[in-house]
Design a protein around this ligand. Structure first.
Ligand code: GLN
Length: 242
């Protein structure tokens, strides 16, 4: 950390923010605040570069057109690459996840260069994936199932440098035969909306641990109820491998 407050940056929220994904930044800040740790949330819109001292960087999902506009944003591409090299942790959801890969496809087959921060490429599913997802976490130390909501047309194939964030038990996820999301160093991509960190506080704390170290547990009353309800809802959805 460059100063005492943890810096959380929400990237291009006017373009990338489907399904309230911006809430992930708030969850990170609130979970720090409840432990007495100060956090600043920066909304990075317009053409602003990421501050070099960013600790946690959050990208949401977006429509194909919005993703394409962000993929053209060289100020963001350059500053994000520098921030990751300097050790920032990143969480990117759905369209944001696709954008951090090497390439992603929009519309009827056009392939766009991504930011190359995750070793993966995205083409198209045969059928749009919409609905509740459950995935068993593959993140070391995170043993609870991941719950979220997906709505995407992308099929994401991981290369050798990335590993899945989880293994799908209900829903589609990456559509690559069972994986959900990708992890490469401190960069995490996921198809899970929710916002995912509101539904999966353990994932929020594992991101925060990169910056502030292991954290004491919090009372999760309403979140525990939300998780049970959503996990039960997902069990009505069959597993689809594509
Ligand atoms: N536009 C992308 C797709 O449809 C991402 C959608 C999203 O972020 N929800 O695959």
């Amino acid at each position: 950390m460059a100063d005492s407050a943890v810096s959380i940056v929400l990237v291009r929220p006017a373009l990338l923010g489907t399904y309230g994904d911006g809430g992930n930044a708030l969850v990170l800040a609130v979970r720090l605040g409840r432990r007495g740790i100060q956090a600043d949330v920066v909304l990075l819109d317009g053409n602003q570069p990421l501050p070099r001292a960013s600790d946690l960087i959050v990208l949401g999902g977006g429509e194909d057109g919005a993703q394409e506009a962000v993929a053209d944003d060289d100020v963001l591409r350059h500053s994000l690459t520098l921030a990751v090299a300097a050790g920032a942790a990143v969480l990117a959801i759905c369209g944001g996840f696709q954008l951090l890969g090497d390439r992603f496809q929009v519309g009827a087959g056009r392939s766009i260069a991504g930011f190359g921060l995750l070793d993966c490429t995205t083409d198209r599913l045969s059928e749009r994936a919409v609905g509740e997802v459950v995935a068993d976490s593959a993140l070391p130390g995170l043993e609870v199932p991941l719950t979220g909501f997906e709505n995407h047309a992308g099929r994401t194939l991981l290369g050798a440098e990335a590993t899945p964030l989880g293994l799908v038990s209900h829903g589609v996820g990456n559509g690559d035969g069972g994986g959900e999301g990708a992890v490469q160093g401190r960069v995490i991509g996921s198809y899970l909306h929710g916002p995912v960190l509101a539904r999966n506080p353990a994932l929020a704390d594992s991101l925060l641990a990169h910056v502030v170290g292991p954290l004491p547990p919090l009372a999760e009353g309403p979140v525990t109820r939300l998780r049970s309800e959503r996990l039960a809802a997902a069990r009505g959805r069959r597993v689809r491998r594509h």
